[in-house]
Design a protein around this ligand. Structure first.
Ligand SMILES: [Zn+2]
Length: 134
């Protein structure tokens, strides 16, 4: 996820999370049709293909990830309005700061450090869940 999120920055990244028994084992990046820094809309054909693959592999659709390149680190009103299911986890990636990989501030562009948080969205009710392995 992090690689995808970083690769499309400053646009929003989006994708699907699938797995079994609540454990995410498959991450599928989907193109953001809007190519926007503030919104995402999954490319319908890519979304459809990903859902068909999920079904063929007998995986459950467990969640959606996307980035908020300009924050906040919590679901937006639009995210709440468009939430597909209260059982799905919504992983939101935001830039948590910058860092110099080689420690050399003169020669390098700082890399963005991405941070992920997970949420369950049930109408207006948003509950943060712990993410393992992010
Ligand atoms: Zn959002």
């Amino acid at each position: 996820m992090k690689k995808h999120v970083a690769s499309v920055y400053p646009e929003e990244a989006c994708g699907l999370l699938a797995g079994k028994d609540g454990v995410i084992t498959a991450i599928t990046p989907i193109a953001n049709r809007l190519r926007s820094a503030h919104r995402y809309f999954m490319e319908p054909q890519a979304l459809w293909v990903a859902l068909m693959q999920m079904e063929a592999q007998k995986l459950e659709w467990l969640g959606i990830y996307h980035s908020h390149p300009q924050g906040p680190a919590t679901p937006s009103n639009i995210d709440r309005d468009e939430a597909v299911s209260p059982k799905m986890v919504y992983v939101i990636w935001t830039p948590a700061g910058t860092r110099f990989a080689q420690g050399n501030v003169l020669d390098e562009q700082p890399a963005i450090v991405w941070h992920a948080r997970g949420f369950l969205i049930n109408g207006e009710c948003v509950t943060e869940v712990e993410l393992a392995g992010c």
